[in-house]
Write a protein that binds this ligand. Structure first.
Ligand code: UDP
Ligand code: MG
Length: 311
């Protein structure tokens, strides 16, 4: 009998969990001959999330919980859930029902009947999402696909069903600064993309405000592409070349045409521009250094405070 593990990262999801439970039961009851395990990962929620998880565990032994000592972020909870999972097939799903659980059934049927290792969901519409966020996300995916060897679909979610061999590959990438979408793409395997219409959160508020989404995007770029460093070198080269040409022209004007070059204001703007650019390029290098610094410390990706499973 096949076994499917459902992993759900949760942070302050007390309002969503009752809805989630109903939807999960619909899925579980609609596939016969499959055993389920549901692993809910609590990111040290400050509301009643953990107690609700424990209640679910008590009422149904297929439910499990892992609770962290602090909020280590969604990516760390997905990693912990993947490590703890024992299924032949593993799915990652958000607690707020923005990832429609009923798709798990379609995903499973595809993996059983077609030659794929993973079925992943993407939002074909972003209705209900702030306009600026949609535009920035679109740019981000275009940029990522250009400057890295990953192939990310605009609107891709972490929501997917994977076969065990892909799960093991994802776990084998042990970086602490995890950009899971990039990792899914990096490990390869054959993925089928399933479109669905964007849904609003069933309850509660987003835990990933715009600023976090922005820093997450920067982390993604730094994790999966060194192109910004290359571009920084090219910009440096172009400016050196430009200043050399400018120097020659200035000397020529002075020597041949005896024309003193005036222009305090233009000089100041060039100097300020160059300093600005230098700091920006240093910032890019700094991002890479920071990520190396965080990686070489080899800190654990999460610390478990309470759980009903040993993994
Ligand atoms: N989440 C988490 N830790 C966090 C932030 C979010 O485990 O630090 C969970 C959250 O409970 C939800 C999922 O990750 O199940 C997606 O978060 P959210 O819905 O807030 O993000 P959005 O859908 O707005 O991008
Ligand atoms: Mg959400």
């Amino acid at each position: 009998m096949d076994r499917i593990s459902i992993i759900i990262p949760c942070y302050n999801e007390q309002e969503s969990i009752p809805f989630l439970k109903n939807e999960l039961y619909k899925v579980i009851n609609s596939i016969s001959d499959v055993e389920f395990e549901i692993i809910m990962v609590d990111n040290c929620s400050t509301d009643n999330t953990l107690n609700l998880m424990k209640e679910l565990k008590q009422s149904d032994s297929r439910f499990h919980y892992i609770s962290f000592s602090k909020n280590f972020g969604k990516d760390s909870s997905m990693y912990a859930g993947l490590k703890a999972s024992t299924g032949d097939y593993v799915t990652l799903i958000d607690a707020d029902l923005q990832d429609p659980p009923e798709l798990i059934i379609d995903m499973y049927n595809i993996l059983k009947s077609e030659d794929y290792d993973c079925v992943a969901a993407f939002r074909e519409t972003r209705d209900g999402e702030p306009f600026l966020r949609s535009i920035l996300a679109k740019w981000f995916y275009n940029l990522m696909n250009k400057i890295s060897d990953s192939n990310m679909v605009n609107g891709a979610r972490d929501f997917r069903l994977m076969k065990r061999k892909m799960v093991d590959a994802v776990i084998s990438l042990e970086e602490s600064e995890r950009f899971t979408k990039g990792i899914f793409s990096w490990v390869g395997f054959k993925t089928k993309w399933l479109p669905f219409k964007n849904k609003e959160r069933v309850a509660g508020k987003t835990k990933l405000p715009m600023y976090n989404a922005f820093t997450y995007a920067i982390r993604g770029i730094v994790s999966f592409s060194t192109a910004p460093l290359f571009i920084a070198s090219i910009i440096g080269f172009v400016f050196c070349f430009g200043s050399f040409v400018f120097f020659i022209i200035t000397v020529m004007k002075q020597l041949i045409f005896k024309e003193a070059v005036a222009g305090y204001a233009s000089m100041m703007s060039v100097i300020l521009f160059c300093f600005g650019l230098t700091f920006m390029l240093l910032g890019i290098i700094g991002q890479y250094l920071a990520q190396m610094y965080l990686e070489i410390k080899h800190r654990p990706k999460y610390i478990v405070k309470d759980s009903d499973i040993n993994f």
